[in-house]
Design a binder for this molecule. Structure first.
Ligand code: FES
Ligand SMILES: [Fe+2]
Length: 430
């Protein structure tokens, strides 16, 4: 699990003036929206006696969160501004908790889990489809007992489609994956990948429209270009052109703990755009997650290996290899956190936290923080410092499949409406 990253971890609509507990990287955090509409995120660990601030409420002016145990009040920057038992005395500087920077974009709340100053932080992802008013969007979540890196890799894995989702996207009788290049920036990897379309035996609304549309266009079943990619640390995008229009799925895989992921999804479509079709669309997304869950929750080891040579990679795994290599470079930089330190199965007598920017910004507090920092995780491997090594297909001379570009591009420049207008807004439920 990586620190110093912006984690999409909630939907904006769900953060209100009622403090909410949010779990990321084995940490408990509290989030709330203040009187000006700004979202704040603090460590949910009161410095006084470890009370949970999320169990409290907002102050009268709605700007501070009040600890429910002895009523200490903490403002958005983490500083305690009121100790009700001693109103006449000053507040010690040490009375503060870690505060994590927050940004809102595309309907997600992003929290920066780390201590880098603003100018050194990675950028937020650019996914223009999430701003496209022609796409109908639905928002939901799926919780599963898997590590978020396994979940994230699964969503960028084209060769599992024919086997795990053969009735949705991918054809079990034609599982071939066309060769593809990965376009890499320091914070993302994207690819256009050719797959055979599913046989069209899906049930329900979409299945009927699917069959009706392919009947019109004859028996030709050419390969379709699926687009797939990751945005570090936890967002994955999948674009599937269907005969009746575009289907785009964006998942933010929130690492609740080492073996628990909360996948927040935004599913977009440009057909069946009425609200009446939303329930069916949610059911379809849940079905896809359930298909993945059955496989991913049985994967071993549960956590993603560091050494590339610990699992075998073929050419169609190029996106995951690019993802692992970049993740390993960041671990080599000290951005991996020791998950064993922060999450335990039973009661414990110490609590450590992910350092927030104030730890660097306020040097006179350097040794005064009540809660200690979690240690960085160092890979114990001969490949440590070398991004985990290389993959077999590269060693066999089949190329790295990676095309590096410096700046973050718009996610998929080419994800535009299909040339022929296949919109079927007028469709009504059969
Ligand atoms: S534990 Fe929070 S005020 Fe005492
Ligand atoms: Fe999948």
């Amino acid at each position: 699990m990586l620190k110093n990253m912006w984690y999409a971890c909630e939907f904006s609509k769900d953060i209100t003036t009622k403090p909410k507990q949010v779990h990321i990287l084995g940490q408990k955090l509290v989030m709330w929206r203040d009187s000006k509409g700004e979202v704040h995120c603090l460590s949910d660990l009161c410095v006084h006696r470890g009370g949970s601030l999320a169990g409290g409420w907002l102050s009268k002016d709605q700007d501070c969160v009040v600890c429910p145990y002895h009523g200490w009040e903490f403002q958005g920057d983490g500083a305690c501004v009121k100790i009700p038992a001693h109103p006449q005395r000053g507040i010690p500087k040490k009375a503060r908790v870690d505060s994590y920077p927050v940004r809102e974009k595309y309907g997600f709340v992003f929290v920066f889990m780390g201590d880098l100053p603003e100018e050194e932080r990675p950028p937020l992802p650019e996914i223009p489809e999430l701003d496209d008013p022609n796409l109908k969007k639905i928002y939901g979540e799926y919780n599963w007992p898997v590590n978020y890196e396994r979940a994230t890799e699964n969503a960028m894995d084209p060769s599992h489609a024919a086997f795990v989702h053969g009735n949705r996207f991918g054809d079990p009788d034609n599982p071939q994956v066309g060769d593809f290049d990965v376009t890499l920036t320091p914070w993302s990897g994207t690819a256009k990948i050719e797959l055979y379309p599913p046989p069209g035996n899906s049930k329900g609304l979409w299945g009927r429209l699917f069959r009706r549309t392919i009947k019109k266009s004859g028996d030709e079943r050419p390969m379709v270009e699926v687009r797939n990619g990751f945005f570090l640390p936890n967002i994955v995008l999948l674009y599937v052109p269907l005969p009746m229009g575009r289907m785009i799925l964006v998942d933010a895989n929130v690492p609740v703990g080492p073996n628990q992921t909360r996948s927040l999804y935004i599913a977009m479509r440009d057909f069946f755009k009425g609200d009446w079709a939303d329930k069916d669309a949610h059911k379809r997304v849940a079905y896809i997650f359930e298909q993945d869950d059955a496989v991913i929750s049985r994967q071993r080891p549960e956590l993603l290996p560091y050494d590339l040579s610990d699992e075998m990679h073929v050419r169609s795994d190029a996106l995951q290899v690019a993802y692992r290599r970049r993740r390993n470079e960041l671990i080599d930089m000290g951005w991996g956190i020791d998950v064993h330190q922060i999450v335990g199965d039973g009661p414990r007598d110490t609590a450590v936290v992910i350092p927030s920017p104030a730890r660097r910004e306020i040097p006179e507090l350097a040794r005064a923080w009540t809660h200690k920092e979690v240690s960085s995780w160092q890979a114990r491997s001969s490949n440590a410092g070398h991004a985990g090594g290389t993959s077999e297909y590269e060693e066999r001379g089949e190329g790295t499949a990676e095309r590096r570009i410096a700046n973050q591009p718009a996610a998929f420049e080419a994800v535009n409406a299909p040339e022929e207008d296949t919109q079927t807004d007028e469709e009504t439920p059969a």
